[in-house]
Design a binder for this molecule. Structure first.
Ligand code: FCB
Length: 456
């Protein structure tokens, strides 16, 4: 099973999850510093203060990537390193870290994919309303320019936001993520301002000559329990409407405005029921629809729903009244997430159909398992099987016509898994947090061979 020529193979990480060094070189405070240091928010009271100490160990980490033959590395820039208060002149010492990292990657012949926002908003901006405040979108475009000014001579692949659904609905809806606010109207407003920030930053990056800009979304096929194991199962009318509504809230809420310049009706209805649509100003949708070069897809598991009359909306899903979210009849990872590899092909095929002409890239896919180090090795057969299954489905989607350009595994390293802290290991490389020792797991060696063969 061979992938197309020039298919991009790599791994992904995010700043707050791996860097540590939270007080170094003038870095300001982010909402994740505040949130993780407030008791009760993160399992085990874990914080990103040290994480994988990648800020100091980046050179060795790039060497490891070279040994694993990664062709691409997706990392994110910490906004508070660049603008400690979220506005004003750039902090050259913060940018210098990414400068060194990019040079190191290029010398290892690894193509950098830079994500501008993977959730670490400067706390100073949150104090002024965060993503519920329209001004944050304009600040984001300025920040994007500051990063491009410093790295744009060497970085050609840009992602604006990582998973705006998660930022908006876990950050401002159910409060499971920073900044931990809980208001459905705030979450809807945050989602719109994130999109506006994406559009403004995209236009700015293009003016500055960026070759490729993408938005990265967390997406999933929305399925009834019966459809999980039987793609041909026909849901009844009520279930089918619930499925389409949740698909609109999860995926179309972001990709329809960006690609088609309009919100789906289900999203406008959800906004109407939660504070209205007054925050959507004239011209916003035009700005949001600034052309992008590809869509980044983070896929882990399907979203399983069924109609349930009278059910109140879930706190993370304003507009989901009358729908119940449930589990799937499938084995699960250490996150409790169902393993449904063909969810990936179903998703890629649907997105190709809904957004024709826009290339796709899997920017995250992977799994947490309870890995153990034995005699210096990690035999993570369950992760190899997860990745193998999903790659086969990625290939199947390509054969079915999806324009899939690459696959990045989540994650290079075990790291700070947000509300779960260090208790969940997603890396293909094991990290001993006491010593910071890295051990490539069996999955890393397997992935290296996949890359070498350009297939399975
Ligand atoms: C995604 C995030 C990433 C990581 C994985 C497991 O939602 O983008 O940072 O936490 O989930």
């Amino acid at each position: 099973m061979i992938f197309p020529e020039n298919f991009v193979w790599g791994a992904a990480t995010a700043s707050y999850q791996i860097e540590g060094a939270v007080k170094e070189d003038g870095r300001g405070q982010s909402i994740w510093d505040t949130f993780s240091h407030s008791p009760g928010n993160v399992a085990g009271g874990d914080t990103g203060d040290v994480a994988c100490d990648h800020y100091h160990r980046y050179a060795d980490d790039v060497e490891l990537m070279r040994e694993l033959r990664l062709a691409a590395y997706r990392f994110s820039v910490a906004w508070p390193r660049v603008q400690p208060d979220g506005t004003g002149p750039a902090n050259p010492r913060g940018l210098a870290f990414y400068d060194r990292l990019v040079d190191k990657l290029l010398s290892a012949e690894i193509v950098p994919y830079v994500t501008l926002y993977h959730w670490d908003l400067p706390q100073a901006l949150e104090d002024r309303g965060g993503w519920t405040d329209r001004d944050t979108a304009y600040r984001f475009a300025e920040y994007a320019q500051a990063v491009h000014d410093r790295l744009g001579d060497r970085v050609h692949h840009w992602a604006t936001l990582n998973e705006p659904w998660v930022s908006a609905f876990l950050g401002y809806g159910n409060g499971v993520h920073a900044p931990g606010r809980r208001d459905p109207g705030d979450a809807m407003r945050a989602a719109h301002h994130l999109l506006l920030g994406h559009g403004l930053a995209t236009a700015r990056l293009r003016e500055l000559g960026a070759r490729s800009v993408m938005l990265v979304v967390n997406s999933a096929p929305v399925l009834t329990p019966a459809q999980v194991n039987d793609p041909d199962a026909r849901p009844d009318q009520a279930d089918a409407a619930g499925v389409e509504r949740v698909h609109a809230l999860l995926t179309r809420q972001f990709l329809d405005p960006v690609i088609h310049g309009r919100y789906p009706a289900q999203v406008l209805e959800a906004a109407e029921r939660n504070g209205g649509t007054g925050h959507v100003k004239d011209g916003d949708l035009r700005a949001i629809a600034a052309p992008i070069d590809q869509i980044g897809i983070n896929y882990y598991n399907p979203c399983v729903v069924e109609a349930s009359p009278g059910e109140p909306a879930d706190a993370a899903w304003p507009g989901s009244e009358g729908v119940r979210f449930g589990g799937a009849d499938a084995p699960t990872t250490a996150m409790g997430w169902p393993i449904v590899p063909d969810g990936l092909s179903r998703l890629l095929v649907r997105l190709s159909h809904d957004y024709p002409g826009v290339p796709l890239m899997v920017t995250e896919n992977g799994a947490a398992f309870d890995d153990v180090v034995e005699n210096g090795r990690v035999h993570d057969a369950d992760r190899v099987s997860y990745l193998d299954g999903h790659l086969r489905e990625a290939h199947r989607a390509i054969e079915a016509g999806a324009d899939l350009r690459g696959y990045l595994v989540w994650s290079l390293l075990d790291n700070f898994e947000w509300a779960e802290g260090y208790s969940r290991r997603f890396g293909i490389v094991h990290v001993d947090y006491a010593t910071q020792a890295r051990v490539p797991k069996d999955s890393a060696l397997w992935f290296r061979d996949v890359i070498t063969r350009n297939g399975l």
